[in-house]
Design a binder for this molecule. Structure first.
Ligand SMILES: N[C@@H](CCC(=O)N[C@@H](CS)C(=O)NCC(=O)O)C(=O)O
Length: 288
């Protein structure tokens, strides 16, 4: 390495430090502007974007509805993190951490907020008693669910950031996080050599949490890094990724709150099951 850096005594915020999300990253919490959140007619109001963390919850809602839980109807509102919507006062009220996904559950006598994707998945799974797997396997399922919460930041905030978003490629952090990402893929691969789904024979919220990140990565949808990480060598992860990718609720979940990519796969807001047929962005663009 040629450039060396001596940290100052006290860190200060250099607003011009570059990188893809430099305009929204900041070292302070709290709202930057007043903005109420819209509220639709359904019991659940989801405020999100179709990043891997957002897709987890979209998949859960679509799976619940496909399994016949009609009480899981939801309105999904777009929070564009590139535009700073996560710092609006209404959003910060329901997630003080200013990150998607965030949920208002209005199905009970008093609306309750839920933030953090695993908390939302658990809340919905317990509410509908669905996708938890058998009771005796609950510790295993929870272990994988929380494995995801601790591991994915190394993939996203570590590897993805330095490989795809940093202002320039830097060998040390790319090496460090590529190594850790490959180690994590190997963890999953060894587990999936023995199980159909991540925690056993049942498809659960642990699969819904892990798939958008690690499934997306091996299917070549994240950071353009499939070749670099030699994802094809994780054959069991690949088998599992394709198995889940083939589910209809997963296909729909990937479309919800999507504001990038092919317009026919973008359903920027979802308020009704029919929206998948009538309100994708290609159709909205053609009509206007
Ligand atoms: N641990 C959180 C992570 C959520 C998260 O990092 N969301 C990102 C998008 S994938 C976000 O909203 N970023 C906006 C920001 O950091 O300002 C969860 O699982 O819900």
């Amino acid at each position: 390495m040629t450039d060396s850096y001596t940290p100052p005594k006290i860190w200060t915020w250099d607003q011009e430090n570059g990188g893809k999300f430099a305009s929204t990253n900041r070292p302070i919490a709290g709202p930057t502007h007043d903005k109420e959140l819209p509220v639709g007619k359904h019991p659940f109001q989801l405020y999100s974007l179709a990043t891997p963390n957002g897709v987890k919850v979209n998949i859960m809602f679509e799976e619940l509805l496909a399994a016949g839980h009609t009480g899981a109807e939801y309105d999904a509102w777009l929070i564009n993190i590139g535009d700073g919507d996560q710092f609006g006062s209404g959003f910060v009220d329901i997630n003080p951490n200013s990150k998607i996904p965030a949920l208002m559950d209005r199905s009970g006598p008093k609306p309750v907020r839920v933030f953090e994707s695993a908390a939302i998945l658990m809340h919905l799974a317990e509410k509908f008693d669905a996708f938890l797997g058998p009771k005796e396997n609950r510790p295993e399922m929870l272990s994988w669910l929380f494995w995801q919460m601790g591991s994915a930041p190394y993939l996203g905030g570590g590897f993805g950031h330095f490989y795809a978003y940093a202002p320039e490629p830097m060998e040390y952090p790319i090496n460090r996080f590529a190594m850790e990402t490959k180690r994590q893929l190997d963890v999953l691969d060894r587990q999936l050599a023995n199980t159909t789904y991540i925690s056993g024979d049942d498809y659960t919220i642990a699969d819904m949490a892990i798939w958008p990140w690690y499934g997306g990565l091996v299917l070549g949808r994240l950071y353009d890094a499939a070749e670099f990480l030699d994802v094809e060598s994780y054959t069991h992860v690949m088998r599992w990724a394709k198995l889940i990718d083939a589910r209809d609720p997963v296909r729909r979940g990937r479309m919800v709150n999507r504001a990038f990519g092919d317009p026919s796969e973008q359903l920027r807001e979802r308020h009704d099951a029919s929206d998948f047929d009538t309100r994708t962005q290609d159709k909205i663009d053609a009509a206007s």
